[in-house]
Write a protein of this length. Structure first.
Length: 74
């Protein structure tokens, strides 16, 4: 069974306490929410990189040089 650690800083005593079913369910829900948030951030980062590359390609198609594009967008 999963456990949590409880440390008494005054005495240095360490106790390992079994998690309740509710604590386990809450931990699993938090882990799922974190995984969803990470996936959403990764998707947003990928979209931003793809959009930036497409935008620079379009500027190049319009005849701008790499130096001009860098001056405009970094």
């Amino acid at each position: 069974m999963a456990k949590r650690v409880e440390v008494n800083c005054e005495t240095g005593e360490t106790r390992y306490i079994d998690l309740t079913d509710e604590e386990i369910a809450a931990n699993e829900a938090n882990a799922a929410a974190a995984a969803t948030a990470v996936a959403a951030q990764e998707a947003a980062d990928t979209k931003a990189a793809t959009d930036a590359a497409a935008g620079k390609a379009k500027l190049k198609d319009l005849g701008l040089t790499d130096d001009q594009i860098t001056a405009l967008v970094g």
